[in-house]
Design a protein. Structure first.
Length: 269
C-alpha cells in the first residue's frame, strides 16, 4: 500500500469516529468543502488545522504526530523513554501511586499492556506462574490469560476473557494499533473459552476477577487510573490497573497479608 497522506489519515479517523464530513466540519468550525478538499488532497491543511481536527476527533497523540509527518510537519508531541531523566517526576508519581494502593495489587502498563512497574502486593497474582512469562518485557494480558500464567487460577475465566477481549477491542478501535490486533489474536488462541458480557444481574456493578488462592476464592474489582492532560505520547499511553476487594473475605485476606509482611510472627491462615 502507498504511504497514507494526511487526508487519508484524517478520513480514517473521521470514519472510525462515525462522523460525517458535515458533522466534523460543524464541530471544527470549518466548511464541509474545505474538509473534503483536505481529505482528497486538493487542499494543504495548516499545522494548526490538523491539530484542531485531531482534537475534535480525539485522536491519540501518537497518531496526531503521524498525521503531522504525513503532511510534512514536524511532530508536536515528544515520545521520551520512561527512563529519560526528564520523566523522573512521572516515574516518581507512578511509584507513589502504586505504593499507595497497597495492600491492593496494582501495576502500571503502557499502550501495549507491557508492565512498566508494580507494587509488592502484585505477588498475590504470581503464584504458580511460569517464570518465563515474568522475563522482561512482561505483557500483563499475556501473563493473565496464558495457560502457564494466571489463567488456571481464574474461577470465571471465560467471563474474564470476554471482558478483557471487549476492552482490548475498544482500545484497537480507538488507537488502530497493529500491535494490539496481533495481541488480541494471540490471546484468543489460548484455551479457556469466551463469555461475552451479557445483561448484568440486578445487583451487579462491575465484572469481578475471581481468583483461587491458598484454598480461598478471592474476588477483585478492577480500577484504571490514567494521567490527566498528558502532553507527550509516553505519558498519554500510561495507565495503572489496581484491584480492590469485592467482598469481605478478600479484604480480610489482604489485611492479613500486610500484617504478616510487617510482622512475620503474626499468625495467618
Amino acid at each position: 500500500m502507498a504511504t497514507p497522506t494526511a487526508g487519508d489519515l484524517l478520513r480514517h479517523w473521521r470514519t472510525t469516529r462515525r462522523l460525517s464530513q458535515l458533522e466534523l466540519a460543524g464541530r471544527a468550525d470549518t466548511s464541509t468543502r474545505h474538509l473534503s478538499f483536505i481529505e482528497t488532497g486538493r487542499a494543504t491543511p495548516s499545522r494548526h488545522m490538523l491539530l484542531h481536527l485531531s482534537e475534535e476527533l480525539d485522536i491519540p497523540l501518537r497518531e496526531r504526530n503521524r498525521m503531522l509527518l504525513a503532511a510534512g510537519y514536524a511532530p508536536v508531541y515528544a515520545e521520551p523513554e520512561l527512563d529519560n531523566p526528564a520523566m523522573a517526576p512521572v516515574r516518581d508519581t507512578l511509584r507513589r501511586l502504586l505504593t499507595g494502593f497497597e495492600p491492593h495489587p496494582a501495576l502500571a502498563i503502557d499502550a501495549t499492556w507491557t508492565m512498566v512497574d508494580a507494587n509488592a502486593a502484585i505477588t498475590l497474582f504470581l503464584d504458580g506462574v511460569d517464570p518465563a512469562l515474568l522475563q522482561p518485557p512482561v505483557n500483563a494480558l499475556r501473563l493473565t490469560l496464558h495457560p502457564d500464567g494466571l489463567a488456571p487460577r481464574i474461577v470465571n475465566l471465560p467471563e474474564w476473557r470476554g471482558h478483557l477481549f471487549e476492552r482490548l477491542q475498544r482500545q484497537i478501535e480507538i488507537t488502530g494499533a497493529p500491535e494490539l490486533v496481533a495481541l488480541l489474536a494471540e490471546l484468543r488462541a489460548y484455551p479457556g473459552g469466551e463469555q461475552a458480557p451479557g445483561l448484568p444481574e440486578p445487583d451487579q456493578t462491575i465484572v469481578p476477577l475471581r481468583l483461587r488462592h491458598d484454598g480461598h476464592e478471592l474476588a477483585f474489582l478492577g480500577v484504571t487510573t490514567v494521567f490527566g492532560t498528558p502532553m507527550n505520547v509516553t505519558v498519554a499511553e500510561l495507565a495503572i490497573e489496581a484491584f480492590f476487594p469485592a467482598d469481605a473475605a478478600t479484604a480480610t485476606l489482604l489485611r492479613e497479608r500486610i500484617a504478616v509482611a510487617a510482622d512475620p510472627t503474626t499468625p495467618s491462615d
